[in-house]
Design a protein around this ligand. Sequence first.
Ligand code: SF4
Ligand code: SF4
Length: 132
Amino acid sequence: MIVPLIKGLSLTLKHFFSKPITIQYPEEKFECYPGFRGLHRLRTDEDGRAKCVACQLCATVCPSGCIHIEVVEDDELGRYAKRYEIDLARCIFCGFCVEACPVGAIVMTPKYELADYSREAMQYDKGMLLRK
Ligand code: SF4
Ligand code: SF4
């Protein structure tokens, strides 16, 4: 009976003197771990063009169905995504889209402050995803 009590008290005492893990958000920011899955970003090539080849694998694999792509075949530009949108209100940040992409066109950044006041504001289009 007394042994578990002493164990419990010693644990409390140990944590009493250790550095607190609470941070004063939003003044202090959370430091993301490597591999943290935050906001998506579409990558560009050396000419500044979106790397996405509009294969739609990311949209196919997405368990939330929150990626919407409009594919265009152009004689000059080839196949590309005219419209590329992610509905962040539905995204579960699983990272499957990143893993499925054959050309590394989409990555996830450490950006995590994504709350907003409307569903419309959570719709990220191609321009927004390229800028992030
Ligand atoms: S992170 Fe997951 S849920 Fe979000 S867009 Fe990618 S595949 Fe879909
Ligand atoms: S998987 Fe990659 S290349 Fe294919 S549509 Fe998605 S982002 Fe574009």
